[in-house]
Ligand binder design. Structure first.
Ligand SMILES: Cc1ncc(COP(=O)(O)O)c(C=O)c1O
Length: 390
């Protein structure tokens, strides 16, 4: 189901057509960059979309009862997460929702906490809205990262800090936060009147034996000040549909968020995402399990190759399909590292520095791709580094 290699050049793909240096794919490079998958979306979803488009009506759409029930059923079945239908606000993507939340719940000049290295639209959303980044950098320990809770507490207590953007699971370092860690984050936010935006878009993609906890399931109290961002996009490779389900239990918080959406001129999800979401959330659990098993094998494979390269280390990847490689020992600057990976190894990557200062010298690779393509890329990386050709 996941082994087939597709050439997606000239399909309108951002990853394959837009953010690639000219001609590198033609010269054999493969994109392990932007976080969508090289796997076809499940057949049930494709069929549902086809049935819808065949009817020929690209209508104004709402997240109606059937839609909401599919989201609600999925959350309960896969995450033990019980929600009410009216907690869901359907929005055209999680980044859009984060920007809306920033405008809804903070004022220009307010500070918003992030923990770098982190998905770079977090800082962009803060800066673009005239707010200020309050960074609490993650701390590297052995082959993983932890949160500096003392510093988090200190930052959250500053009077102009009004919000925290949490990435859970964390892109790019692959942490799946434990219940204890989530409890501490939630308590710090609650005790300091900091609104918590928990971006859980990667919540279905975790390694065997690792459990993602939806933050409302950690403590009921967190419903008072927390917004949870979910979507079908990462789980089922539906990113291009631009759709997400934002879950807000607190009515006053939800009303404020929806008022901001309305001010921004947003009404509802696009019509194709409705049948796609319903099919994904009601018929495709088997696909998630198969995809997770395949991705896990790929993650383990990358680790096995990296273990043979003394100059490169891999961060423990508990969740997401993104691996975070520490290449600082190659002693290449940002441009040199990218050039080495693209030109010599045929790897189109997301450079670590995009994710914050602490990401310098790192590389993020997307391993939701056919194994053979990954093998070609990793073998090239191993050979070039071991031969000193960098
Ligand atoms: C943590 C995180 N949030 C949000 C997104 C994008 O969400 P959307 O496409 O719904 O805006 C991504 C995509 O990589 C992501 O990694």
């Amino acid at each position: 189901m996941f082994d087939e290699i597709y050439n997606r050049k000239n399909t309108g793909s951002y990853k394959w057509d837009t953010i690639v240096p000219d001609g590198v794919i033609e010269r054999g490079a493969y994109p392990l960059s932007v976080a969508d998958m090289e796997f076809k979306t499940p057949e049930e979803v494709r069929e549902a979309v086809k049935d819808f488009t065949d009817k020929g009506f690209f209508c104004y759409t709402s997240g109606d009862g059937e839609y909401r029930n599919s989201v609600k059923g999925f959350m309960k079945r896969r995450h033990g997460f019980e929600i009410e239908n009216d907690w869901i606000t359907c929005v055209g993507g999680v980044v859009f929702a984060i920007n809306t939340a920033i405008r809804a719940f903070t004022e220009p000049g307010d500070k918003i906490i992030i923990q770098t290295p982190v998905y770079y639209p977090f800082s962009a959303s803060i800066i673009n809205n005239g707010r200020v980044v309050a960074d609490n950098p993650l701390v590297a320990v052995d082959d993983s990262y932890i949160i500096n809770f003392d510093e988090l507490e200190k930052i959250a207590s500053e009077p102009d800090v009004k919000m925290m953007l949490l990435c859970s699971p964390h892109n790019p370092v692959g942490r799946v936060w434990t219940k204890d860690e989530l409890k501490r984050i939630g308590d710090i936010c609650l005790n300091n009147n900091v609104i918590l935006i928990s971006d859980e878009i990667h919540f279905d993609i975790v390694r065997k034996g690792v459990e993602h906890t939806v933050i409302y399931n950690v403590d009921e109290e967190f419903k008072k000040n927390t917004v949870i961002c979910t979507a079908v996009s990462k789980t089922f490779n539906l990113a291009g549909l631009g759709t997400s389900d934002i879950i807000i239990a607190d009515e006053a918080l939800r009303n404020k968020f929806q008022k901001q959406l309305s001010t921004d001129g947003y009404s509802s999800i696009n019509c194709v995402s409705r049948p796609a979401t319903i099919a994904a959330y009601t018929q495709c659990d088997y696909w998630i399990d198969a995809m997770n098993a395949y991705v896990e094998d790929n993650v383990n494979y990358v680790k096995s190759i990296v273990d043979e390269i003394p100059q490169i280390k891999m961060c423990k990847c508990e969740g997401t399909y993104l691996v975070w490689l520490d290449m600082r020992e190659l002693k290449l600057n940002d441009d040199e590292l990218d050039k080495f990976l693209v030109e010599k190894c045929g790897i189109i990557q997301d450079p670590g520095f995009w994710f914050g200062e602490g990401g310098k010298g790192f590389s993020r690779l997307n391993v939701a791709c056919p194994r053979k393509a990954l093998e070609k890329a990793m073998e090239a990386l191993k050979n070039k580094v071991l031969n000193g050709e960098y």
